[in-house]
Ligand binder design. Sequence first.
Ligand SMILES: [Cu+2]
Length: 95
Amino acid sequence: MRLQVDPASIGDDRFRVTVTDQAGAPVETQRVRLTFEMREMDMGENQLIATPAAQASYEVSGAPMSMVGEWQITVTVRRAGVRDVDVVFTVPVGE
Ligand SMILES: [Cu+2]
């Protein structure tokens, strides 16, 4: 799983998640959710749901990261018939 954050600033960002299997083939998903938390302090959680954008990739735009610093983004992928998979990313966020 891959996460791209553009431009990784406070304010509007675009998030793209690419979900492929080990061979690089697209994985069929039911839901791709992003959960945002600041690592250094308890600011609560924000969530966004990404929608299909291109083959194997899901996108969503928003402003869930409201402070400069290191954010933890947990991407949760739901597929039919198996447990949800969480992958945690750490993203430095600037102004
Ligand atoms: Cu903070």
